[in-house]
Design a protein around this ligand. Structure first.
Ligand code: GDP
Ligand code: MG
Length: 713
C-alpha cells in the first residue's frame, strides 16, 4: 500500500495548513473462520512477519494494528540524533541507538521500543496469554500495536479471533456467540472495510465470514472477499467459479491469494519469496485470472478503496480551503502592499488622511458611523442642540434681584434724587447679563474642538486603515493635527470672546427690534395706566393727574408713544406723583404681552425684600427688567447665530482648508521618510504570516486537484 503514502503525506501537509483533522482512513478488519488465514492476509498486506499465525486458535484477542508513516526526519529524531526535541528527550534513553528503519510499540508496554519483529510477535503471544490464559481462552480486550515505518500508510488494521462453533479448552459454552459479537462490534463501524476471508478448501456457499459481513454491510459496499489457501485445494478442483463470482457475487470483488504455509513459516520463508511463489502459482493454475488475484492485487484493490474514500472527503476539504483562502486574501489586502516608493506612499497616506478628515466633517466619508453621531453631524448637534439649548436656558434676568436693580438705579443717579430712571442703570445691568453668554459660547468652542480631535481617531481607525501599518506616521499625523487644532483654539476663543465684547461695547438702543419691543411695552403700560387712572379717577384729585397725564401720550418731544425706549423711562418717572400708594405691587397682567408674565412672576417669587418697595420703586424695577429682557433676547439671538459661524470660520473650516498643507509641510520631508514609514513589527509579521498561509492554501488547493486526478494504476 505504499502507493498511497505520497498522497496521504501530501494530504497531511494540507491538513497541517488548514488545521483540519486528518481524513480518517477506514479501518481494515479481517473476518473469517478459525485458521482460514486471516492473520496471514494482514501480515502480507503489511509486508512484515509480525503476527502469530498457526493452526488452531492463535489469535485470541483483537489486535488493533496502527501503521504510522514516519518521515526520515522523524526517524532521525527518534534515533536520538536530535537531543533537543523535548518529546524525544524524555524517551531519549529508549530511542537512542535505534538504527532500525521501522519499529513497533505496544500500548501495554508503554515506551518500550521493539525493533525486532520476532520480538513483537512474541510479545503479542505473551500478552494474549497474560489476559486470555494459556488454554485457548479468548478475550475481547484488544491489544494495541503501533508500527512506525516510512513504508506504511497511516492505516489501522484489525486482526480478530476466528469464527468457531465448538468450545475447546477454557472457552465458554457460548464461544460462538461471543466471537460473533466481538466481530460485529468491529465490522459494524461504517468506517471499516471488511476483508471477508474464506479458505479455498472450504465451501464458499457456507462461508461464515460472508454471512457475518452481510449482517453488518447488507449492501456489500465495504466488503471485499478474500479466498485463501488456493494452493491447498483438492486435486482435480479449482476455485475458478468462486473467483469469477459465480458462486457468490461480491460487489467489491473476490480475490484469491496464496500465503505462506505452516512449513514456510517454520522455514522462515521471507515475504518477498512468498510473493514470487504466489505469482508463479497463479500464472500456472489460473493464467486468465492471474492479474486479478494475488496478494499484490489485494493490496492494490485496498489502495483503490482507500483512495475512493479519500476522494469522497476532498470536496468538503476543498470548500474549506477556498473559504480560508478568500479570508486570508482579504486580510492580506487590508494589510496593504509592502512599500516600494516611500515618498509616494507618504504623500498618498497624508492626502488620504486629510481627505478622510474633511469627508468626515462634510458627511461624505466612505465609512459612516451608525452607532453614534460623529464628525460634521456632531458639530451640528453641538451648535444647535447643546449650545442652542444652553443659550436658551440662560435667563435674561438670571442672577439679578430687585435689590440689585434698585441699587443700580440709585447708584446711577448719583447724589441728586432722580426724576427719570437713569439710562446708565439699564446699560450697566444689561451688560452684566450679556456677559453671562460668554461662558456657554466658549464651552461651545471647546466641544467642537474636542469633536475635531475625535475625528482624528475616527479617521485612523476606520477610514485610513493602512495608517495602522505605520505607527510612527500615525502618531506624527495625530501630533500635527492636534497641534493645528490647539493653535486654532485661542484664535477661535478670542473671536468668540470678541463677539460678546462687541455686544458689550455698544448697547444699541436704536436696534429696530428693541425699539419695536419698547413700543409694545410702552403702549401696554400706557394702556394699563390709563385704565387704572380711569378706575381711580373718582377718588383721586383729577386736575393733578390729568395735568401731567395729558402730556405724556401726546405731544412728548421724546416720542414716548412712538416706541422709543426712553418713553418708558419717562413714563415711569411720572409715577411719583401718585405718591406712595397702597396699590398692590403686581400689575394687572395684560393677555398677549410676551414679557409680562414671567417678569411679574419673577418679582413675585424672587424678592425677599426687607422693606416693602414703594410703588415707584416697583415700577422702576419693572421697567428696567422689561428693557433688559427685551434687549437681552436680541443679543442672545445674535450670539446664538454668530458663535457657530465664528467657530466654523476660525476653527472647523480653517483646519479643513489647511490640514493637507500643514501635514505636507511638516511631514513630507525626505529626512523623515525612513522613520515615518517604518512598519510596525507586528504588521510586517502579520502580513508575512497571512501571505505564507495564503500560499500554503493555494498549494493545498493544488494538492487536492492533483489527488483528484491521481491514478494509482
Ligand atoms: P487465522 O487463524 O485465520 O489467523 O489463520 P492463520 O493466518 O494463522 O493461518 C492458519 C494456518 O494456515 C497457518 O499455519 C498458515 O501458515 C496457514 N495458511 C494460511 N494461508 C495459507 C495459504 O494460503 N496456503 C497455505 N498452504 N497455508 C496457509
Ligand atoms: Mg489469526
Amino acid at each position: 500500500m505504499e502507493a498511497l503514502i505520497p498522497v496521504i503525506n501530501k494530504l497531511q501537509e494540507v491538513f497541517n495548513t488548514v488545521g483540519a483533522d486528518i481524513i480518517q482512513l477506514p479501518q481494515i478488519v479481517v473476518v473469517g473462520t478459525q485458521s482460514s488465514g486471516k492473520s496471514s492476509v494482514l501480515e502480507s498486506l503489511v509486508g512484515r512477519d509480525l503476527l502469530p499465525r498457526g493452526t488452531g486458535i492463535v489469535t485470541r484477542r483483537p489486535l488493533i494494528l496502527q501503521l504510522v508513516n514516519i518521515s526520515p526526519e522523524e526517524q532521525r529524531k527518534a534515533a536520538g540524533d536530535d537531543d533537543d526535541t523535548a518529546m524525544w528527550k524524555n524517551y531519549g534513553q529508549l530511542y537512542k541507538g535505534i538504527d532500525a528503519e521501522e519499529w513497533g510499540k505496544f500500548l501495554h508496554t508503554k515506551h518500550k521500543i521493539y525493533s525486532d519483529f520476532d520480538e513483537i510477535r512474541q510479545e503479542i503471544e505473551n500478552e494474549t496469554e497474560r489476559v486470555s490464559g494459556g488454554n485457548k481462552g479468548i478475550s475481547a480486550e484488544p491489544i494495541h500495536l503501533r508500527i512506525f515505518s516510512p513504508h506504511v500508510v497511516n492505516l489501522t488494521l484489525v486482526d480478530l479471533p476466528g469464527l468457531t462453533k465448538v468450545p475447546v479448552g477454557d472457552q465458554p459454552r457460548d464461544i460462538e456467540l461471543q466471537i460473533k459479537d466481538l466481530i460485529l462490534r468491529y465490522i459494524s463501524n461504517p468506517n471499516s472495510i471488511i476483508l471477508s476471508v474464506t479458505a479455498a478448501n472450504t465451501d464458499m456457499a457456507t462461508s461464515e465470514s460472508l454471512k457475518i459481513a452481510r449482517e453488518a454491510d447488507p449492501e456489500g459496499r465495504r466488503t471485499l472477499a478474500v479466498i485463501t489457501k488456493l494452493d491447498l485445494m483438492d486435486a482435480g478442483t479449482d476455485a475458478m467459479d468462486v473467483l469469477m463470482g459465480r458462486v457468490i457475487p461480491v460487489k467489491l470483488g473476490i480475490i484469491g491469494i496464496v500465503s505462506r504455509s505452516q512449513l514456510d513459516i517454520n522455514n522462515k520463508k521471507i515475504v518477498a519469496d512468498a510473493l514470487k511463489d504466489e505469482h508463479a502459482f497463479l500464472q500456472k493454475k489460473y493464467p486468465s485470472l492471474a492479474n486479478r488475484n494475488g496478494t499484490k492485487h489485494l493490496a492494490k484493490t485496498l489502495n483503490r478503496l482507500l483512495m475512493h474514500h479519500i476522494r469522497d472527503c476532498l470536496p468538503e476539504l476543498k470548500t474549506r480551503i477556498n473559504v480560508l483562502a478568500a479570508q486570508y486574501q482579504s486580510l492580506l489586502n487590508s494589510y496593504g502592499e509592502p512599500v516600494e516608493d516611500k515618498s509616494a506612499t507618504l504623500l498618498q497616506l497624508i492626502t488620504k488622511f486629510a481627505a478622510e478628515y474633511c469627508h468626515t466633517i462634510e458627511g461624505t466619508a466612505k465609512y459612516i458611523e451608525t452607532s453614534e453621531l460623529c464628525g460634521g453631524a456632531r458639530i451640528c448637534y453641538i451648535f444647535h442642540e447643546t449650545f442652542g439649548r444652553t443659550l436658551e436656558s440662560v435667563d435674561a434676568l438670571g442672577g439679578l434681584n430687585t435689590i440689585d436693580i434698585l441699587t443700580a438705579i440709585r447708584n446711577a443717579t448719583g447724589p441728586r434724587p432722580a426724576l427719570f430712571v437713569p439710562e446708565i442703570s439699564f446699560e450697566l445691568l444689561v451688560k452684566r447679563q450679556i456677559k453671562r453668554l460668554e461662558e456657554p459660547s466658549l464651552r461651545c468652542v471647546e466641544l467642537v474642538h474636542e469633536e475635531m480631535q475625535r475625528i482624528i481617531q475616527h479617521c485612523s481607525t476606520y477610514s485610513t486603515q493602512e495608517l495602522l501599518r505605520f505607527p510612527k506616521l500615525h502618531d506624527a499625523i495625530v501630533e500635527v493635527v492636534t497641534s493645528l487644532l490647539r493653535r486654532r483654539l485661542p484664535v477661535t476663543n478670542d473671536m468668540v470672546h470678541n463677539l460678546v465684547a462687541i455686544e458689550l461695547a455698544y448697547i444699541n438702543t436704536k436696534h429696530p427690534d428693541f425699539a419695536d419691543a419698547c413700543g409694545v411695552l410702552n403702549s401696554n403700560i400706557e394702556e394699563q395706566r390709563r385704565n387704572r387712572l380711569a378706575r381711580d379717577s373718582h377718588s383721586l384729585s383729577r386736575d393733578k393727574v390729568s395735568g401731567k397725564e395729558g402730556q405724556v401720550p401726546n405731544g412728548n418731544p421724546d416720542g414716548a408713544t412712538a416706541g422709543n425706549w426712553r418713553g418708558m423711562l419717562k413714563a415711569s418717572v411720572s409715577k411719583p406723583d401718585e405718591g406712595p400708594s397702597e396699590e398692590k405691587p403686581r400689575l394687572p397682567v395684560a393677555p398677549g404681552s410676551p414679557h409680562r408674565g414671567p417678569a411679574v412672576n419673577f418679582l413675585d417669587v424672587r424678592v425677599p425684600v426687607s422693606r416693602k418697595l414703594s410703588a415707584r420703586e416697583q415700577r422702576d424695577c419693572e421697567v428696567i427688567e422689561r428693557l433688559i429682557k427685551s434687549y437681552f433676547l436680541i443679543v442672545r439671538k445674535n450670539i446664538q447665530d454668530s458663535v457657530p459661524k465664528a467657530v466654523m470660520n476660525f476653527l472647523v473650516n480653517y483646519v479643513k482648508d489647511n490640514l493637507q498643507s500643514e501635514l505636507v509641510g511638516q511631514l513630507y520631508k525626505s529626512m523623515l521618510l525612513e522613520d515615518l514609514l517604518t512598519e510596525s513589527e507586528d504588521m510586517a509579521q502579520r502580513r508575512k504570516e497571512a501571505a505564507d498561509m495564503l500560499k500554503a492554501l493555494q498549494r493545498a488547493s493544488q494538492v487536492i486537484a492533483e489527488i483528484r486526478e491521481t491514478h494509482l494504476w
